[in-house]
Write a protein that binds this ligand. Structure first.
Ligand SMILES: NC(=O)c1ccc[n+]([C@@H]2O[C@H](COP(=O)([O-])OP(=O)(O)OC[C@H]3O[C@@H](n4cnc5c(N)ncnc54)[C@H](OP(=O)(O)O)[C@@H]3O)[C@@H](O)[C@H]2O)c1
Length: 308
């Protein structure tokens, strides 16, 4: 098969396509013919050696897969050859999504939503599961609650806004000026231009904040949470912030997304019900994986996807 590999860490140009042995599915696994592979910020961090999840190169990047089941390992009954599937297998271990074929645990993929193509389905798993697990599992979001979603035009944020709306929340979200209309079109009840005004002065009394930006955002977010609310953060939260939160009975959940078949099924149901629509800013062919990662770093709206 062809796959994107790297022999050293570095900039986007360390990525290149090479001929690699076809993976074979072990017991409980399926072989997926990859049609599209989503790109996430973590890919670039691993590529560059800033976040050495996969150890030393060579390795095949990518966790977001959408494709067709090509072969079954022993004992697999949940899917059959020819099924169209999507998922975020093995995270944070190597999944090898930037490739023509990937062997994945059968219980970490689900049937692709029928109404979207592979490129859009590949935009969903990592960002969508992060949004789902953050809001629903960690945040226990309830209908009628006030939720603040930071970076509502980002990969995670644009899906989180839609999921929070689908769960009946009143949603406020932040974005830069040229992205405010997009975030409003997702159903956000209020959008805040974070370049013009401090979100902490514009809105308050949230039950839940989904923190996706880093820096002092977790600390600042405490100011807008009600006592007893919940701060779900995708990024590190300082001990001093956690201590302040405890004083006000605010629950702090520093989450890491995990493979989750049930979550994928829930995302697919929302897509089928037309309550969730992944936005793909641009697709790139497999041999332009470096350019695709560089494009994601320019902060396009939504997601960037490789088509295979
Ligand atoms: N812990 C986990 O399990 C997990 C899972 C997924 C992602 N993450 C991390 O979460 C972060 C977001 O991921 P992503 O996939 O959504 O990234 P992304 O697609 O690159 O989106 C990031 C967004 O942040 C916005 N932004 C930057 N500074 C901002 C600010 N001060 N206020 C509001 N928005 C701001 C950018 O848009 P503007 O042009 O509007 O600035 C951009 O849309 C990344 O650091 C990623 O590594 C963690």
């Amino acid at each position: 098969m062809h796959a994107v590999i790297q022999n050293s860490v570095g900039g986007p140009d360390v990525l290149f396509v090479s001929e690699q042995p076809d993976p074979s599915p072990g017991p409980g696994e399926v072989l997926v013919r990859v049609k599209a592979a989503g790109i996430n910020p973590v890919d670039g961090a691993v590529r560059g050696g800033f976040y050495p999840l996969l150890g030393d190169p060579p390795f095949i990047l990518g966790w977001d897969i959408s494709g067709t089941v090509e072969a079954l390992g022993a004992g697999v009954t949940a899917v059959k050859v020819g099924d169209e599937v999507f998922g975020m297998p093995r995270f944070p271990k190597q999944a090898g999504a930037y490739a023509e074929l990937a062997a994945t645990p059968a219980d970490e993929i689900a049937i692709k939503p029928a109404g979207i193509d592979h490129a859009h389905a590949a935009a969903l798993p990592l960002a969508g599961l992060t949004a789902w697990q953050g809001l629903v599992r960690h945040g226990r979001i309830q209908s009628g609650q006030r939720a603040l979603i930071h970076a509502g035009a980002g990969g995670v944020g644009h899906l989180a806004v839609q999921i929070a709306k689908a769960r009946g929340a009143y949603v406020v979200s932040t974005a830069s000026p040229d992205k405010l209309d997009f975030v409003g079109s997702l159903g956000a009840d209020e959008v805040i231009d974070y370049t013009k005004s401090d979100f902490a002065k514009k809105a308050c009394e949230f039950d839940l904040v989904l923190e996706t930006v880093g820096g002092d955002h977790a600390e600042e977010s405490l100011k807008v949470l009600r006592d007893g609310g919940v701060l779900v953060s995708l990024l590190n939260v300082h001990d001093t912030t956690k201590a302040k939160a405890r004083e006000r009975n605010i629950r702090v959940e520093r989450m890491s997304v995990v493979p989750d078949r049930e979550g994928l099924v829930e995302l697919a149901k929302l897509v089928d019900a037309k309550k969730l629509s992944p936005h793909v800013a641009k697709t790139f062919p497999l041999d332009q994986a470096g350019a695709a990662q560089a494009f994601l770093a320019t902060r396009p709206i939504g997601k960037v996807v490789l088509t295979v």
